[in-house]
Structures are given as C-alpha cells and as structure tokens.
Design a protein around this ligand. Sequence first.
Ligand SMILES: Nc1ncnc2c1ncn2[C@@H]1O[C@H](COP(=O)(O)OP(=O)(O)O)[C@@H](O)[C@H]1O
Ligand SMILES: [Mg+2]
Length: 266
Amino acid sequence: MPVIEMRGIKREYRMETKSSKSKKNKAADVVIVRALRGVDFFAEEGEFISVMGPSGSGKSTMMNILGCLDKPSGGTYSLDGIETSSSDSDTFAYIRNIKIGFVFQSFNLLARTTALENVELPLFYRRDKTMDNVKRKEAAIKALKEVGLEGRMDHFPSQLSGGQQQRVAIARAMVNDPAFILADEPTGNLDTGMTLEIMGLFQQLNKLGKTIIMVTHEPELAVYTKRIITLRDGMLVSDKTVEDRRNAQDDLAQWNKEHVLLADSA
Ligand SMILES: Nc1ncnc2c1ncn2[C@@H]1O[C@H](COP(=O)(O)OP(=O)(O)O)[C@@H](O)[C@H]1O
Ligand SMILES: [Mg+2]
C-alpha cells in the first residue's frame, strides 16, 4: 500500500479583484487561479523525494495538501490508507499531527523550551492513554539520539547552532513515528557545511527506512534524494529517479578538507 496516493488533485483559489464593488459586472471581477490542475502522485514507504519547480508552479500548494494543512478543490488524497479529503476537521487535524512530521526552513522551535521539551511536544497530541510523562521523555530522548544530539538535550535553541536547531526539529518530526517527513526548504537558512550535515542526516534516516519528501528549488540538493518530481504551472511535468545519487557525508568530508586547507594556507 502506498504511503501517499494522490489522484487528480486540483486546487483553485478564488480571488476577487478590487473593482468587484461595482455591482454591474461582478462575475467578471472574480478570478480563479488554478494552482494545481490535476496532479497524480504516489509514494511508497522508504522513498526520499524532492519536489521541484519554478516559483509559482504550485509547490507550496502541493506541500499544504500533502501536509493536510489544506484540502484540494478536487481529486482524492489517501495517506497511509486513510482518505483525507472526506474526513471531518477533527480527523483531518489528527491525521496531520500523527501521520506527518514537519521540518521547516525556520526550524520553528519554541525559544524558552529545551531541546528535549521541544521534541516531546508532538506526543501530547496522541490519543494514547498509555503515553505518560516517562514514556514521552523516553521517546524524545530516543529521537534526539537518532539525530546525534544526546549531549544537547537540556540546551535552549539559542544555545545551539543552526544545524543543531534543525536536528532538534527533525527529532521532533520523527518522535511520533510518522508515515513521512515533509520538509520545506529545510536548509534554506543554513551554510554549506550545515546543509551537507542535514542532507547527510536525511540520507541516514532514509537508509533506516524513513520516508522523506522535501520541497526544494535547489538542484544541487535534489541530487541527494532518490527521486525528483517537477511541477510546472500546476501540473506534474516530470518524475525521475536520481541516477547518480550523491552521498552527503562524503561531500561534507570533502568540503571540510577544502575548508581546512584554505584556513591553513591563509
Ligand atoms: N492564497 C492564494 N490565493 C490566490 N492565489 C494563490 C494563493 N496561493 C497561491 N496562489 C497562486 O497559485 C499559484 C501557485 O502558487 P504556489 O503553490 O505558492 O507556488 P510555488 O510554491 O511553487 O511558488 C501561483 O500562481 C500563486 O500566485
Ligand atoms: Mg512556495
């Protein structure tokens, strides 16, 4: 069973232009923007997919629908076997909280909360009565270990580097063992070294079986994923397997080498 099954997904935005106050030609002043025009998209467990496309092609719209933040105007979207389009708003929010792990460009960590507490947060959404404080803490510690931050659990976000903050966010995304991780330009605020570090972490997590979908406009990051889908004008125009996938840990080692050399010769 695919993790994601999207069939004929459409999303139209209705926009009223300023002059629609004049009653005479009201109909003519409503513009329908067709942000997605019938997208079919399937993803299996264990995939690592980039969503690419130029500005305005529909990436954010697609991401919002994938992440159950928005419902399509047409088509069906089934996540982990659950049909989302027809679910009521409570179920829709529940699916979002339990089935999807979000990673954003800006990390979105709570500032006055430790790394450990940030990672524990999503566990409060679970309708699971056996999930007590001890189990929550255990699960959060496990997730922080998986991203290599066991030594920083009591740190506040301001005491962590950008790369480390994004690791906390990735641990938070994984703590509920979601059906997939949805990352939106996850390295947009990071320098080259930290970017390679995060891509290496994603590759490592994917190797362990995590399903990852990453929206990016950078082709040099997409080469670390396994499959690239490209949107254009609200249509899925290309779906390709990455042939020469790069290894981010190797690239990071190389980058560090060059960096050290530069520092030496300076
Ligand atoms: N809330 C909205 N209201 C009206 N039009 C929108 C809205 N959101 C997006 N659009 C339009 O839908 C199209 C796709 O936008 P978007 O999904 O943000 O593309 P991308 O993320 O690839 O830049 C664009 O033409 C954009 O102007
Ligand atoms: Mg966008």
